[in-house]
Design a protein around this ligand. Structure first.
Ligand SMILES: Nc1ncnc2c1ncn2[C@@H]1O[C@H](COP(=O)(O)OP(=O)(O)OP(=O)(O)O)[C@@H](O)[C@H]1O
Ligand SMILES: [Mg+2]
Length: 264
């Protein structure tokens, strides 16, 4: 990481919803810097503003005050830059289109970028193979399992080669075994591609397995109140889950989080 420029930089970021007397202060003020290639996990109590932060980063929501900048390496003033989102987002509920085939779902972002159909199909198929879904290119999402649908969502997000990957509790709906498998797959993938990733989870274990840094947020309006760097060298594998360091760090994070989760 010789690059001094952060991929994402947020300063004095806040977001409120509604107007007084019904105003909800959802987020901040929050400072956040994510370096290129870094995998940052965010944990925090329900309703503290995690999804709000991610939606601001994805360009789906405006901040109330402050700024959030994403540094893109795309040249300015090109059609590609305007069509492309520097960030790709993956939601908890997959967010894939049931009326499109698996391949068309994966191709979706490429179609928006007007990538020629043949190139787009080839790239989609590459990702489907990587995600173990090659045989399902022409299937429809309704015929897939939850884990397979989530893989489609991951393939779709990564096919556009985003500069920033935003994941909002992507594995929350899955059973524990499948979740572990997808965590290990994501670990492998991001260590290969060095995709800058901002990942929200309620699972401390997930955060510790995946993250270069784990940030703990306060109760609403969410601010960052603690930061831990899991001391596990890369490339890592899921085996670190069984180490005493892992268990100790998980306990420490849980203590921090519990203070925020219990209403005063
Ligand atoms: N569009 C909206 N209009 C009004 N209030 C909203 C809106 N979106 C979020 N909020 C409020 O902002 C606060 C933060 O919501 P957000 O969804 O960001 O929390 P979260 O940390 O993602 O929670 P969870 O862990 O349960 O997903 C909540 O109080 C929520 O009710
Ligand atoms: Mg949320």
């Amino acid at each position: 990481m010789g690059d001094p420029h952060p991929k994402l930089h947020a300063t004095q970021l806040t977001r409120t919803f509604g107007r007084p007397p019904h105003q909800v202060d959802a987020l901040g003020p929050l400072e956040l810097t994510v370096a290129p290639g870094e995998f940052v996990c965010l944990v925090g109590p329900s309703g503290c503003g995690k999804s709000t932060l991610l939606r601001i980063a994805a360009g789906l929501l405006r901040p109330t005050t402050g700024t959030l900048e994403i540094r893109t390496s795309l040249p300015p003033d090109t059609r590609l830059r305007r069509a492309a989102r520097p960030a790709a987002m993956i939601f908890q509920d997959y967010g894939i289109y049931n009326w499109k085939s698996v391949r068309a779902n994966v191709r979706f972002g490429l179609d928006i970028q007007r990538v020629p159909r043949r190139t787009a199909n080839a790239r989609a198929d590459e990702w489907l193979t990587r995600m173990g879904l090659a045989d399902f290119a022409h299937a429809y999402p309704a015929t897939l399992s939850g884990g397979m649908r989530q893989r489609v969502a991951i393939a779709r997000a990564l096919a556009v080669e985003p500069e920033l990957l935003l994941m909002d509790e992507p594995f929350a709906a899955l059973d524990a075994q499948l979740r572990t498998i997808l965590q290990d797959e994501l670990l492998d993938l991001t260590q290969t591609l060095h995709t800058t990733t901002l990942f929200i989870t309620h699972s401390l274990e997930e955060a510790l397995v995946l993250g270069d840094r784990v940030l703990v947020m306060s109760a609403r309006p969410g601010r960052i109140i603690a930061e831990r760097r899991p001391p596990f060298p890369r490339p890592r594998t899921g085996d670190i889950r069984d180490t005493p360091e892992f268990t100790a760090l998980k306990g420490e994070l849980w203590e921090l989080l519990r203070k925020e989760a219990v209403p005063a």
